[in-house]
Design a protein around this ligand. Structure first.
Ligand code: URA
Length: 269
């Protein structure tokens, strides 16, 4: 592997930060000697280390609980999807905003009867400002096409609208700060069927600790107080997981057929 290929591989697996200049083998290093009792040393002046200033444009990060309160207020005040997008763009309660290139708000048809909610943008989505435009988005498009859907007949968003660095899993605090926005997003889009794509989205929106293996394929109902009625919701596997575990596509296909049937039952009559 040449240096560039190695670097690419490291970035892909998320190792994009240098911690030390030289490698340290923590397994072979001898245990540090126990400190010997010594007379108290003279105090040594510690040079002050300059602390990098936060970028002038970013507000100081809000404490987690305050961020959730601000998110709820801002989301509830939005009367339209455009207002919700503007409220998210102005929201400083989620630190992911500082490292992302773009806000990723939605794609597809806001008037569609079927709404999909994924996890968080990846590198391609961050660059283009649209959800599911990378490799897993391409698989998602093929899955939708298999049941006669495309981006004119579905509406798509994510529970997290900014890319987590190196595509790491969003933290509980980040999910909590963004949840009021995605809940309001669903209420304003007012779909007739909701599909939760992947475990992160399913757990956050169904407020459960159950894993996607147990959740997938089972219809439930979803409703927040600002929605006119409850709607059917189906958790299903994330296409990124299917790319790693193609054998699970069989279950995914069952979910897709179940969505197709639900559309027939709920929408086309
Ligand atoms: N994965 C997601 O969950 N959402 C995206 O937008 C892209 C990849």
């Amino acid at each position: 592997m040449d240096d560039l290929a190695t670097l690419r591989w490291l970035v892909e697996i998320g190792a994009d930060e240098a911690i030390l200049d030289t490698p340290l083998d923590r397994f072979s290093a001898p245990p540090p000697p126990a400190p010997a009792a010594r007379p108290a040393a003279k105090p040594v002046a510690v040079p002050s280390v300059p602390v990098a200033a936060a970028p002038a444009v970013m507000a100081a990060p809000q404490p987690a609980a305050q961020a959730v309160v601000s998110a709820r207020e801002a989301a509830a005040a939005a009367r339209t999807l455009d207002e919700l997008k503007a409220a998210l763009a102005a929201f400083d309660g989620c630190a992911l905003k500082a490292t992302a290139t773009n806000l990723v708000f939605c794609d597809g048809n806001p008037a569609a009867k079927v709404m999909l909610v994924g996890e968080a943008p990846g590198a391609d989505e961050d660059r283009q400002g649209k959800p599911f435009v990378g490799v897993s988005g391409q698989l998602l498009d093929r899955m939708l096409a298999a049941i006669g859907l495309d981006r004119t007949s579905v509406y798509i968003t994510n529970v997290i609208p900014w890319r987590p660095p190196a595509n790491r899993t969003p933290s509980a605090a980040e999910l909590a700060a963004c949840l009021p926005f995605v809940q309001r997003h669903i209420a304003l889009a007012n779909p007739q069927i909701l599909v939760l794509v992947g475990g992160i989205s399913a757990k956050a929106l169904l407020d459960t600790s159950e894993g996607i293996m147990r959740l997938r394929g089972k219809w439930r109902t979803y409703r927040t107080p600002d929605m006119p009625a409850e709607i059917p919701v189906l958790p299903t596997y994330h296409p990124a997981y299917l790319l790693r575990q193609p054998a699970q596509k069989r279950d995914s296909w069952r979910d897709l057929l179940s969505i197709k049937q639900k559309i027939r039952d709920n929408i086309n009559n």
